[in-house]
Design a protein around this ligand. Structure first.
Ligand code: A3P
Length: 353
């Protein structure tokens, strides 16, 4: 067991500058929960994060734990389903029966919702809600999602293998994480991540109408969006990629050669798939099947009327779609930003070699 002493939480928080605050207010509109910068890298966490930050940093670990970690919209859901199925001997029946969100408690998901502001969230949503908006159910959901899951994880029976989803960077997780548990980290070209985050913010409506992708991009690359600065996040995991308990994947590699990535996951978890099993798993993980897979697609939230029309959680599933969103100025700015951030590291995305 990963017995560990209670470590003091080593990071301090810093309020945003008024200019940054203003930019966020203008571009992320109605989102009622505010950010604070955490630690020396200034990770943008939503303020409720601080109520469980030290518990997460000190969470007791088990050698059977499997974390799927990423910056959001980098292919987490895809990786989660892949990892879970390989680890659970391809138990498709159970995967269909138990929604992915229940199979993987979301370690930091609570920070997006302040239970005290539930009525306010509901008011925002109801402004643009469909006729089927179920305010009561929505409020119940907010109350549930706003609770930290670390106590629930600690209470999981020792016989249960824990699968955990997180968008936290490595430095906010327990320092002994890789001595005990396994981590699969997935990274993606930040330009595609930014586009995907933009659509995701629209899907859940809370961020209001948003002020166009160009303004959203500015927030993202300036390190003013949730859990940015983006490159710090990815580099922290990249630096640990040689640890035997860390598997570092790229979305673009899964896209290009899914069987090769599945084999890497299987090796990492000490499993082996035959040809037939591989072929069925690739089919199961295809974007077309994922769109219709109720266990992973979050579409049940549409039934209570909180998802925006024309947006879906499982979306295009392509690499390089950013080109349709970036004008020449943004393209050059992105190139300079990427170059600047890669100059002190051997991290290279498959799209940037
Ligand atoms: P796009 O918005 O670019 O389509 P996350 O799970 O981390 O939130 O990542 C979501 C991104 O992964 C979305 O990207 C989504 O469409 C994509 N994705 C999800 N399932 C996928 C699959 N089976 N194949 C390819 N991409 C997938």
């Amino acid at each position: 067991m990963g017995e560990q002493k209670d470590l003091p939480f080593p990071y301090e928080t810093k309020e945003l500058d008024p200019e940054e605050e203003e930019l966020i207010n203008v571009n992320l509109g109605t989102f009622p929960t505010s950010y604070v910068k955490l630690g020396p890298k200034g990770y943008m966490v939503l303020k409720p994060y601080m109520k469980d930050a030290a518990n997460i940093y000190n969470m007791p670990l088990r050698p059977t734990d499997v974390f799927v970690a990423s910056y959001q919209r980098s292919g987490t859901t895809w990786t989660q389903e892949l990892v879970w199925l390989v680890a659970n001997d391809l138990n498709y029946e159970k995967a269909a029966e138990i929604p992915l969100v229940q199979r993987y408690p979301f370690l930091d998901g609570f920070m997006f919702f302040e239970p005290e502001k539930k009525e306010l969230y509901a008011d925002i949503i109801s402004e643009t809600a469909d006729e089927n908006f179920d305010r009561e159910k929505y409020i119940q959901m907010m109350e549930f999602l706003g609770q930290p899951v670390s106590p629930l994880l600690a209470a999981a029976p020792l016989t249960q293998k824990r699968f955990i989803k997180t968008h936290l960077p490595m430095s906010l997780m327990p320092p002994t994480l890789l001595d005990t548990a396994k981590v699969v980290y997935v990274a993606r070209d930040p330009r595609d991540v930014a586009v995907s985050c933009y659509h995701h913010a629209r899907l859940f409506k809370l961020m209001g109408p948003l002020n166009g992708f160009k303004n959203f991009w500015e927030i993202f690359y300036r390190g003013l969006f949730t859990l940015t600065p983006y490159f710090e996040h990815v580099k922290e995991a990249w630096e640990q990629r040689h640890s035997p308990n860390m598997l570092f994947l790229f979305y673009e590699e899964l896209s290009k050669d899914l069987p090769a990535s599945i084999n890497r996951v299987a090796d990492f978890l000490g499993k082996k798939l035959n040809e037939e099993e591989m072929s069925r798993l690739c089919d199961h993980l295809s974007i077309e099947n994922f769109k219709n897979n109720k266990s992973v697609n979050f579409e049940e939230m549409r039934e209570i009327g909180v998802l925006a029309k024309g947006e879906t959680f499982i979306r295009k599933g392509k690499s390089g779609g950013w080109r349709d969103y970036f004008d020449e100025e943004m393209t050059q700015q992105a190139e300079r930003w990427i170059e600047e951030n890669l100059k002190d590291t051997d991290l290279r995305f498959p799209t940037m070699k």
